[in-house]
Ligand binder design. Structure first.
Ligand SMILES: Nc1ncnc2c1ncn2[C@@H]1O[C@H](COP(=O)(O)OP(=O)(O)OP(=O)(O)O)[C@@H](O)[C@H]1O
Length: 317
């Protein structure tokens, strides 16, 4: 059994009657990097805000390291939440923010902070209020990594960062995590760019967890095939289709499950092109994209997927 750093049970958060989180039960693995994925409004920020006690649930419970975080300073001191709309006192310059953070986090690494400030080229003279969007994100990343908090949340930490700065973040995150393993949860829409960082993914949709898996397990859980539409239909018949796109006489499908040698041979015989599925494509295929997979939703199958047979039956009715 792998230990859970965070245990969430039946967590619901309603805003004026609408559920931003709806009865979420989830374990977040200790000392792993977990990606929190899902479309806009799926509930990612809400979940992180509740775990870090910046908001209160309508119902349900949260435990971090076996204890309820709300009003427990020692539990809260073990967590760092880097959010995109972090505010700082009006007159604070970089050094004031860094000094305040160094007092707040027991594991603070000044060497990490100094190195990252140099790499992100953060300015020392202006007040932080005058920082650009990207500089504010970079500052959040400095605080998140230098905090060495046992549980660290990054909520879309890349907003406004240029490509070089984003790669500084990815490399430094991996480096620091390798040297100081800890529990890191990050929400992102840049799945392709960040998938090498992630060991686990939790996919939220409309306030519910629709996927909670190891990235490797998820990657191996589907295959993509392209070829003549008729051959694709023949091959995919009876299988669970996660995504289906057709253009003229050609089609591409993502089918759930690993293909065995016989199935691969069958695909080759039909002249179908078999390719791995990226994490981004998979997450989209599991009912989160605006494309076909989402349009197929509502058939009673999880995540908007269904079989070609079911689709045909539906289109005939
Ligand atoms: N303070 C609030 N008052 C009312 N509704 C809220 C509040 N905070 C969040 N919501 C609603 O809860 C839902 C979930 O929002 P949340 O910010 O958690 O989504 P998200 O997955 O982080 O989205 P994004 O990817 O766009 O950042 C949304 O429908 C949002 O409008």
């Amino acid at each position: 059994m792998t230990a859970a750093a965070i245990e969430v049970r039946g967590l619901t958060r309603r805003y004026r009657g609408a559920a931003a989180l709806d009865d979420v039960t989830l374990d977040i693995r200790e000392n792993a990097i977990t990606g929190l994925l899902g479309r806009n409004g799926a509930g990612k920020t809400t979940l992180m805000s509740l775990i870090t006690a910046q908001d209160r649930p309508s119902s349900g419970s949260i435990s971090v390291g076996g204890r309820e975080p709300f009003e427990h300073a020692d539990v809260l001191a073990r967590m760092c939440f880097v959010r995109d709309n972090q505010r700082y006192p009006d007159d604070y310059k970089l050094r004031h923010v860094i000094r305040a953070a160094s007092f707040s986090y027991p594991g603070w690494s000044q060497a990490t902070a100094d190195r990252l400030i140099a790499q992100f080229r953060l300015p020392t003279k202006p007040i932080v209020k005058k920082f650009s969007r990207g500089q504010l994100s970079a500052l959040g990343i400095v605080l998140g990594l230098a905090s060495r908090a046992p549980v660290t949340f990054f909520d879309e930490p890349y907003l406004g960062l240029d490509a070089t700065a984003r790669h500084v973040f990815y490399d430094e995150l991996l480096r620091d995590y390798a040297e100081h393993p800890r529990t890191i949860i990050l929400s992102t829409h840049l799945i392709d760019e960040m998938d090498r960082l992630l060991e686990r993914v939790v996919v939220l949709d409309r306030g519910r967890v629709i996927r909670d898996a190891d990235v490797d397990e998820l990657r191996g859980s589907a295959a993509q095939l392209a070829g003549r539409a008729a051959d694709i239909e023949a091959f995919a018949r009876g299988r669970r289709i996660l995504s289906h796109r057709a253009l003229g006489g050609l089609a591409t499908v993502i089918v759930e499950g690993r293909l065995d040698a016989e199935e691969r041979a069958e695909a080759a015989r039909l002249g179908l092109e078999l390719s791995p599925v990226s994490l981004q494509e998979l997450v989209a295929a599991y009912g989160l994209a605006d494309g076909d997979a989402a349009a197929l939703g509502g058939s009673g199958t999880e995540g908007g997927a269904e079989t070609i047979d079911a689709r045909q039956e539906r289109s005939l009715s």
